[in-house]
Design a protein around this ligand. Structure first.
Ligand SMILES: [Zn+2]
Ligand SMILES: [Zn+2]
Length: 346
């Protein structure tokens, strides 16, 4: 079994290792859980999906790192998504470790634990109606309303990650960089120590889902039934990208795919990608479109007809995030009196 494990554990040098923790039935394949040595014991950056196989892999990976789940001193979470925060509760149970998260994502965790399924389905129904989704898409949500969501209860964090501050990791310098966009409380973590192979640049950056080598993270609305604020997640994301670009880390340690260098080049690529996408959407809006109609016409990784039901909701959310951005930039506006509301380029 050790031979199999060697492929899942990687030593990045300087007291940092990673364990590939599988995400079941997901094309992303795995979450990279980082194990950072401190004077008080290992600290994890993210924990992986809550699934028995993923848990076993994490435990075996930690053993291959010469430690044990019971030895974990703390858990630092980049954002609340289940492929990052899923196993945090189990790690805490096994070790007594603290769990740290940015307040904005902790608020989502709290809300997820408290929101009744019915409330969520009502919110989604109203939201999709307003986005101009066809009745056949909304109908399943109406009938689902009386059913309960599967038992999903993410662990409540017990520490807050404060942007700009060093985390309390004895013997290490790990600074929290707030990078909202993918989620409102996403953080990157800057290890302000010389690169173990002395690569040029400023330390290393645990980038979560914010900066990935080959894919762009999903940027949708910050879905919150309790919040009427008109947020601009895409604007937040683009600002956050520039922020991590300026850090110029020697190496990026993302939560998926693989580590990479030249963060600034990747940041420039992503900024250009989003600029191009906004330009394309602006031309699509030559005639007024609802967010749903815009989503149907946008370019995705496959034709709209092949996009599964749940992913269509995510696509509409992404279309809405782009509309928010265009409206904020003064490049599009809502057509007065339209219902559902349509948007047109200005
Ligand atoms: Zn995520
Ligand atoms: Zn992820």
């Amino acid at each position: 079994m050790i031979g199999e494990l060697m492929a899942q554990v990687h030593d990045h040098g300087g007291g940092v290792r990673s364990v590939q923790v599988p995400i079941p039935d997901n094309p992303l394949g795995h979450t990279l859980v980082y194990v950072v040595d401190t004077d008080r014991g290992p600290v994890l950056v993210d924990t992986g999906w809550d699934d028995p196989d993923s848990w076993d892999t994490l435990a075996e990976g930690l053993a291959a790192c010469g430690t044990d789940v019971g030895e974990i001193h703390g858990v630092v979470i980049t954002h609340h998504h289940p492929d990052h925060h899923g196993l945090s509760g189990k790690v805490r149970e096994a070790s007594g470790a603290w769990i740290a998260m940015h307040a904005a994502d902790s608020a989502i965790v709290r809300r997820t634990r408290e929101t009744r399924a019915e409330r969520w389905f009502t919110y989604m129904t109203v939201k999709l109606e307003a986005a101009g989704a066809p009745e056949e898409h909304i109908a399943p949500l109406r009938s689902a309303r009386r059913r309960e969501l599967p038992g999903f209860s993410p662990a409540l964090p017990d520490r807050e990650i404060v942007p700009g501050e060093l985390l309390d990791l004895p013997g290490r310098r790990l600074r929290a960089i707030w990078t909202p966009g993918h989620t409102p409380g996403h953080v990157c973590l800057h290890l302000e120590e010389e690169h173990p192979a002395r690569l040029a640049g400023h330390g290393r950056l645990f980038s979560g889902d914010h900066l990935l080598p080959e894919i762009t993270p999903h940027i949708g609305l910050y879905e919150d039934p309790d919040d009427a604020t008109v947020t601009d997640p895409l604007g937040d994301y683009l600002d956050s990208l520039e922020r991590v670009g300026r850090l110029a880390p020697a190496e990026v340690l993302p939560a998926h795919q693989h580590v990479f260098t030249d963060a600034s080049a990747r940041v420039r690529e992503l900024l250009a990608h989003h600029e191009e996408r906004l330009t394309d959407l602006r031309s699509l809006l030559a005639k007024p479109l609802t967010p749903w109609q815009l989503a149907v016409r946008m370019e995705w990784n496959r034709p709209w007809e092949q996009i599964p039901y749940g992913s269509r909701n995510i696509a509409v959310s992404e279309a809405e995030a782009h509309l928010r951005r265009l409206v904020k930039l003064g490049h599009a506006e809502a057509v007065p009196g339209s219902d559902p509301v349509t948007y047109v380029a200005t």
